[in-house]
Design a binder for this molecule. Structure first.
Ligand SMILES: *Cc1c(COP(=O)(O)O)cnc(C)c1O
Length: 415
């Protein structure tokens, strides 16, 4: 068995992003679970403390004072969100949490009629997404038994084939109100072809939205150019904002000023200049900000800013994706050489269908036991029922050495 340590060391030495790891406080052991909760940026403490200090000294005046005025604080995130998602500044906003945003966006973008009332999702959708969609269907007086279409992989297969997704869209054509899929499937790590799916949905007259929980901060995205109608994401996974962090929302520019769209209103969606005159005439902000309801969670946005600054220093998603591609190649090779067919990665092989997550399945051992042994060995990863160990090599802070050591530990456990 060749010793891979020198190769990993060489790759780390040649990695232009390697120094970014020092900007994070990583728990001891090997942290490979940024797909679930990103690591803490060291600077987050200062960003949050700054707001405590401003609160302490300014009190309520903090809402209106200086460059960090809380009433406008969410605007500090706009250009970085736009960069990470391939959106225009008017199309993205930090607000609420992910499932809340999905509901708010479906209020606007799911408009069922007797003829066109179906929503296409995947059969293995993240439960929160499934619940949200089902409850939206019921809320409009329809029945999920008639209106919910569940897309499944072919029997014996783990991941969706694009041709099958496109065929399902075409098949339900006239009855399809909404196609709602993940950018990256949370269990298998499969990246879906968002651009093709959007085009196909539009071709049959459907709205197309994406849950980008596992896509933002992981992939290069072009939501505006792909013509996606709406999207939402959380920030505590690859964007490292911390537990319960503020979420993001995207609405395509062609919809943001559409007054005919139904929308739930709150005072944070109305004209900023008249907001504090307390008028009761809703005057929608002409951007996605008109979907905001409440004054925004400043402390959560402060920690997120610390992380987004590191994305800027990385040069955005381009360099991060290039590192991911190298890490995928190294990880694949290490798994193959050390574990052969004792471990199967159910994430598709094609690079276009992969982000930084691996979904590993142990073929001739008890997967749950292997996962527990990994935990005992201080490998931080996660278990997803029924039989997958998820690990993510996050290019901001995971090294090639992390991957190398992980494979050695796994090899020792399943041997
Ligand atoms: C992580 C995740 C969620 C979590 O939803 P919250 O509203 O943030 O609790 C929802 N959907 C998907 C696809 C996820 O990956």
């Amino acid at each position: 068995m060749p010793d891979h340590r020198p190769t990993a060391a060489q790759l780390d030495a040649a990695d232009p992003l390697a120094a970014l790891r020092d900007e994070f406080e990583l728990p001891d052991g090997i942290y490979l679970v940024g797909n679930s909760l990103g690591a803490l940026p060291k600077a987050a403490r200062d960003y949050v403390n700054t707001e405590f200090d401003r609160w302490s000294t300014l009190g309520v005046e903090g809402h209106f004072t200086g460059d960090l005025a809380w009433k406008d604080y969410h605007e500090l995130l706009t250009s970085q969100f736009a960069g990470l998602t391939g959106a225009l500044p008017d199309e993205v906003v930090a607000m609420n949490s992910l499932t809340v945003n999905l509901h708010l966006l479906m209020v606007s973008f799911y408009q069922p009629t007797a003829a066109r009332h179906k929503i296409l999702i995947e059969g293995h959708a993240f439960p929160s997404d499934h619940f949200a969609v089902e409850s939206q269907i019921r809320q409009r007086g329809f029945d999920p038994n008639d209106s919910l279409i569940l897309l499944e992989p072919r029997s014996g297969e783990q991941t969706l084939r694009l041709e099958d997704t496109l065929a399902a869209i075409a098949e339900h054509g006239d009855e399809l109100a909404l196609v709602f899929l993940p950018g990256v499937q949370y269990y298998t790590g499969q990246v879906l072809a968002m651009h093709e799916i959007t085009t196909a949905g539009h071709a049959v007259g459907a709205i197309v939205g994406f849950d980008l929980a596992h896509a933002v901060g992981n992939l290069e995205l072009s939501l505006h150019d792909w013509d996606v109608d709406f999207a939402a994401w959380c920030t505590y996974k690859y964007l490292n904002s911390g537990p319960g962090g503020v979420a993001g929302a995207f609405v395509h520019q062609r919809h943001v000023t559409d007054q005919r769209l139904p929308k739930l209103h709150g005072w944070w969606g109305t004209n900023k200049t008249s907001r504090f005159e307390m008028a009761t005439e809703f005057d929608a902000i002409p951007t996605v900000e008109s979907w905001q309801l409440s004054n925004a969670p400043v402390l959560l946005m402060a920690s997120l800013r610390a992380s987004l600054d590191i994305f800027d220093r990385a040069g955005g998603m381009g360099p991060l994706r290039r590192k991911t591609e190298q890490q995928i190649a190294f990880f694949d090779q290490r798994l193959k050489e050390s574990l052969g067919d004792r471990v199967e990665n159910i994430t598709p092989k094609a690079l276009a269908e992969r982000g930084c997550q691996f979904a590993l399945r142990v073929t001739n051992d008890d997967g749950r036991r292997v996962f527990e042994e990994l935990e005992n060995a201080r490998v931080r990863c996660d278990w997803r029922h029924p039989d997958v160990i998820r690990v993510a090599a996050v290019p901001l802070y995971n090294s090639f050495d992390d991957i190398d050591r992980f494979v050695d530990i796994l090899d020792g456990i399943v041997r």
